[in-house]
Design a protein around this ligand. Structure first.
Ligand SMILES: [Mn+2]
Length: 421
């Protein structure tokens, strides 16, 4: 942060309805930097050689309230356990905050994150301006914390990788169980329940994001989360879900035939996505880029679409050039993965794509979606959505598929489908 400071408020409590709260999820940036995430707190970090470089403001002890919501940590204990230079009760933040933030040249803060913090930052800027007039230095800029943190968060350290590995391991085990629930007549919700029981039953926080279980044409809706339809005998079922373990996410997709068997045009389409998945994984290596990975997947998709007669005859290059494949492969191949499912981190820097390096973790998830009415050249494909998604860690001389224990090929997935019945 050089000559600057950072202000990070904890996440707000969110309400499901009335006064019923969602389970609390700490703010990713606060957690990343401090390990502390309790609601009603703020962290002030100061990079300018000041005394008190890490200050926490935490909710006061309140024995009456604690009978309802559970014990709070004593400020002294917070100081010892989280390594803060000072811990103050939150009621002192309004008074002390501006002074702590005013003496650097910039304040890293996400404007609008909290009304109280907005007020404190405004006062800090006012104090900084006065200080600047007298001493030639003082806060006069507000910069998003992401400007500092996003780049840092792309490369995971050993402790983060251990959590990502565990999230992946739990997710793979839960997928195996959930695949056993996929059968003719089962509700999408039953498969969802099996996935999430598999996550939580293994000690995960829960699902990292809203689980998708989409049978038949539902799979053409990319963010389908209703999961309230029944699976038909001939359906392909797309499952996109992942556990959050110790606040780190996994993100897996498998698409399986409810019957365990797949033939005809839909089988061809599956193999095209499988080929794109393989090509994309082959491009995952230190020194490569996610743009390369996406290019490899897109080329395989384009070739497949030409081969299946879905797009007008031509070469894959012509398809890629004209973009006809984008009607069926609507998203990118990869996103960063970490504390957030779509994790923080730049995709470009210095005028080019970010170069992959050890410790980077991301998804590889090519897909093909033939929405109803979208594919008159091969109508048999309409109402079919296929995606295959794995999580990849870049190592020193290659890549490791963290979710690689879960089969991908139809021959291997088929026997797992409906295995519970
Ligand atoms: Mn994903």
């Amino acid at each position: 942060m050089a000559n600057g400071s950072m202000l990070l408020p904890a996440s707000d409590v969110r309400y499901k309805s009335g006064d019923s709260e969602y389970r609390y999820r700490p703010d990713s940036e606060l957690l990343y930097l401090t390990g502390w995430g309790e609601g009603g707190s703020v962290a002030v970090l100061r990079g300018h050689g000041a005394r008190r470089r890490f200050v926490l403001f935490v909710p006061e002890r309140d024995p009456k309230m604690e009978r309802w919501t559970g014990p709070r940590m004593d400020p002294g204990e917070v100081k010892d356990r989280f390594g803060a230079d000072a811990v103050f009760p939150m009621k002192e933040f309004r008074e002390r905050g501006p002074g702590l933030l005013a003496d650097g040249d910039r304040i890293h803060y996400r404007l609008g994150a909290s009304a109280l913090c907005d007020d404190v930052v405004r006062d800090a800027l006012r104090a900084g301006r006065a200080r600047r007039a007298r001493k030639g230095a003082g806060a006069h800029m507000v910069v998003d914390p992401g400007a500092v943190l996003d780049g840092m968060r792309v490369k995971k350290d050993a402790a983060e990788i251990a959590r990502l590995r565990e999230a992946a391991r739990i997710s793979v085990a839960a997928f195996r169980e959930a695949l056993g629930r996929v059968r003719d007549g089962a509700g999408e919700w039953e498969v969802e329940a099996a996935l999430e029981a598999g996550f939580r039953g293994r000690g995960a926080n829960g699902p990292a994001f809203a689980s998708i279980v989409a049978a038949g044409a539902n799979a053409c809706t990319l963010h389908y989360t209703a999961n309230d339809a029944r699976i038909g005998a001939g359906d392909l079922v797309l499952m996109d879900a992942g556990a959050e373990f110790d606040y780190y996410a996994a993100d897996i997709t498998r698409t399986v035939p409810a019957s365990g068997r797949l033939a005809g045009a839909r089988r061809e389409a599956y193999e095209v996505v499988r080929g794109a998945h393989r090509a994309a994984l082959a491009g995952c290596r230190p020194g490569g880029t996610l743009a390369d990975v996406h290019r490899a997947a897109s080329r395989a998709i384009a070739e497949g679409l030409v081969g299946m007669g879905v797009v007008e005859e031509g070469t894959a290059d012509e398809v890629l050039e004209g973009g006809a494949h984008r009607a069926f492969f609507l998203h990118n191949t990869s996103h960063w993965l970490g504390l957030d499912t779509h994790d923080a981190g730049p995709y470009r820097e210095g005028g080019g794509p970010v170069v992959l390096a050890p410790g980077m973790v991301f998804t590889v998830e090519p897909g093909l979606y033939f929405a109803p009415g979208s594919c008159d050249r091969v109508p048999e494909l309409e109402g079919t959505g296929i995606r295959i998604e794995d999580d990849v860690l870049i190592g020193d001389d290659g890549a490791e598929v963290l979710t690689g224990e879960l089969p991908v090929d139809v021959e291997e997935l088929g026997p797992l489908v409906g295995a519970a019945s």
